[in-house]
Design a protein around this ligand. Structure first.
Ligand SMILES: [Zn+2]
Length: 133
């Protein structure tokens, strides 16, 4: 399973790890704890990466979120309504429930997708930029 291996962008995105060192979550709380859901750390405590390089940095994450959730909804309906033959109302209700339950996680991985466009994984990030320096 190289898809979710450490060092890959998908690892950083789906586990919400710092895009540079992948040693720490960018968020303080769990995605389903529904506490401080939208509070992000300012910096990575391991490699010192600034998560907010400029004001409005995550504006673009909204567009990313919009694009991939639209595709996701289409796929979800495709599987349950057309593929498995669920009644349309049931399939919609399932989709909406799924989106509500996972709303925080969806918000977070969209931010991770965005920052991962600009920040590259560096296996030596902690030695190079860590707080010890
Ligand atoms: Zn880091």
């Amino acid at each position: 399973m190289s898809f979710l291996k450490k060092g890959s962008k998908s690892y950083s995105i789906f586990y919400l790890q710092c895009p540079r060192c992948q040693e720490e979550s960018m968020f303080e709380t769990g995605s389903w704890s529904f506490k401080k859901s939208f509070d992000m750390r300012e910096r990575c405590s391991k490699c010192n990466l600034n998560y907010n390089p400029e004001p409005g940095y995550y504006y673009g994450a909204m567009f990313i979120s919009y694009i991939w959730t639209a595709w996701f909804c289409l796929l979800f309906m495709g599987i349950f309504f057309w593929g498995l033959g669920f009644p349309q109302n049931t399939a919609w209700a399932m989709l909406i429930t799924f989106m509500v339950v996972n709303f925080v996680y969806i918000f977070r991985i969209s931010r991770l997708m965005w920052i991962n466009i600009n920040v590259r994984f560096d296996p030596n990030a902690i030695q190079k930029y860590g707080p010890a320096h």
